[in-house]
Design a binder for this molecule. Structure first.
Ligand code: AMP
Ligand code: ZN
Length: 493
């Protein structure tokens, strides 16, 4: 059968040392993906159709056959515990892969028993016991997170993925976790396209994957806060990053300081940020007015209590830091902890050394503090997006060269953030900005985004060496010291 890969890509695959094993001949690709970078063990099976019709570029569509995740319960430690996370991966990953195999699409009749085209799985009986072998389509390659993350956790997933790739004699694609977060809206678009079109391969004109590059990305997670200019699949220029802690870490810590003890005790995971949001906005109703100017943005808003939350980087000579392309969230944690621990001076609003009795701090004050911290943290994010947009306009002369903003990562599931961002951007003259936020299940860590990143890298001609090792740190920016996504060793092109 004729290969439908673009000629340049096909040529690159053919040049690779292992290419002859796997030149894909179908118009669709199938991958099994594994994500174990932190405390989530996740496995997915994704099928991607290139959408080509008569050789023309079309809108890609994707179908998810399996997606499950198990989160390590580290609530006892009030945060992520590397050993507990590792044990959770070791306990759960093999079982998840086993379940996933049963969700692979059935093999074509003609392919049954053909080792190059199908793999065996044991079917389930209704009573829970395992019946005989069923033949499933063999994945074209195995996708896995290589980094950044906790090395031991990553290695569990990577080693399992290598084992599957060797057993099935298919390539391995070991991807960058943050790249996967940034590409997630393209995955969502492909999944939605598949859901809204009846026949596969209907083509979508000259569309390609959406959003098209370039776009801005705000990646907000437990370990990262990045503002990127995503210029291409493996080219994500870092415009701003945090100089201290990540925004997710900040919200988790603030939640531990502000939430009533019984709410904290009810937590089943360490996603305290989600708990903070539910506590702050139980009805998901927001009375939010965006600041109309930089000056307004930098001045602390008065509350019904004595304290007020100051925006990060707002106090520097001549406001220099207020225009710096960087984030800072540790000050918000210190402020929230201080407001909860010490009384404020009625005249100055400053915290004194007189301790407060936690039981005397009412729900409304706690809720106001939770709301204020989120507002200030999210406005801080939005302010750097505005800076990036205005700098981009100044550089190119165009009024708005970048029209799409992707917001991804665990914190992007926050509905108040989704409400605040467009309002803030509109108040600063960027009302036309398209803001794409994946559904919460694809915002937090998941293997489906790893499958998609694997698909895009594989289609661009990249696979990974079986020798490749887990990477604790791995930048997205080609200009970074490690050379970014493609700068590290271990790729086969
Ligand atoms: P990730 O590292 O991408 O898996 O994201 C995990 C981080 O996202 C943790 O710090 C969570 O507390 C945070 N998070 C998840 N859901 C929410 C939410 N709804 N609001 C704020 N933070 C959240
Ligand atoms: Zn993540």
């Amino acid at each position: 059968m004729r290969s439908t890969l673009r000629p340049a890509i096909r040529a690159r695959i053919l040049l690779s040392s292992r290419a002859h094993q796997y030149t894909p001949s179908r118009r669709h690709l199938l991958t099994l993906a594994i994500e174990t970078s932190c405390d989530d063990t996740s496995v997915a099976i994704l099928e991607k159709h290139d959408g080509k019709l008569d050789g023309k570029l079309g809108t890609p569509s994707a179908r998810l056959h399996f997606h499950e995740k198990i989160t390590a319960n580290t609530a006892l430690y009030r945060g992520i515990h590397p050993l507990v996370a590792l044990e959770s991966h070791q306990t759960n990953l093999a079982r998840l892969v086993d379940r996933a195999l049963r969700s692979l699409p059935d093999a074509d009749h003609a392919a049954v028993g053909h080792p190059a085209r199908c793999v065996p799985a044991l079917a389930d009986r209704k009573d829970g016991t395992r019946a005989g072998i069923v033949w499933k389509q063999k994945p074209d390659f195995v996708s896995v997170t290589r980094g950044p993350g906790m090395r031991s956790s990553l290695a569990t997933g990577l080693d399992t993925a290598k084992g599957l790739a060797v057993a099935w004699q298919v390539p391995l694609v070991a991807v960058n976790h943050m790249q996967a977060h940034a590409l997630t809206p393209r995955l969502v678009d492909a999944l939605e396209w598949a859901a809204t079109t009846t026949a596969e391969g209907t083509g979508g004109g000259d569309a390609g994957a959406r959003p098209a590059f370039p776009f801005l990305s705000v990646l907000v997670s437990g370990g990262h806060t990045l503002l990127l200019e995503s210029r291409g699949l493996a080219e994500h220029k870092i415009l701003a990053s945090t100089k201290d802690i990540a925004i997710g870490d900040c919200l988790d810590k603030v939640a531990r300081a502000v939430l009533p003890a019984e709410v904290l005790a009810s937590a089943e995971t360490t996603m305290y940020g989600a708990l903070l949001e539910a506590f702050a906005f139980p009805d998901a109703e927001y009375a939010y007015t965006p600041p109309k100017s930089k000056g307004e943005e930098l001045s602390a808003r008065k509350t019904a209590y004595l304290w007020s939350v100051k925006p990060p980087l707002s106090e520097s000579p001549y406001g220099a830091k207020a225009h710096a392309m960087e984030f800072s969230f540790s000050g918000l944690v210190t402020s929230a902890e201080r407001f909860m621990a010490f009384k404020s001076d009625p005249l100055t609003g400053r915290t004194t050394k007189e301790p407060r009795v936690p039981a005397e701090i009412g729900i409304e004050e706690r809720r106001t503090l939770a709301r204020e911290v989120m507002r200030v943290a999210f406005e801080h994010l939005a302010s750097r997006v505005v800076l990036a947009l205005s700098q981009a306009s100044a550089n190119t002369g165009a009024s708005q060269p970048i029209k799409t903003l992707v917001v991804s990562g665990g914190v992007a599931s926050n509905k108040f953030l989704r409400h605040l961002l467009p309002a803030f951007l509109a108040a600063r003259g960027y009302e036309g900005m398209e803001i794409l936020t994946p559904p919460p299940s694809l915002c937090t860590d998941n293997a489906t985004m790893i499958a998609w990143a694997g698909m895009e890298m594989f289609e661009a001609g990249w696979t990974s060496e079986l020798e490749c090792l887990a990477l604790r740190k791995w930048s997205l920016d080609p200009g970074a010291e490690d050379g970014g996504i493609l700068g590290v060793g271990g790729w086969v092109a």
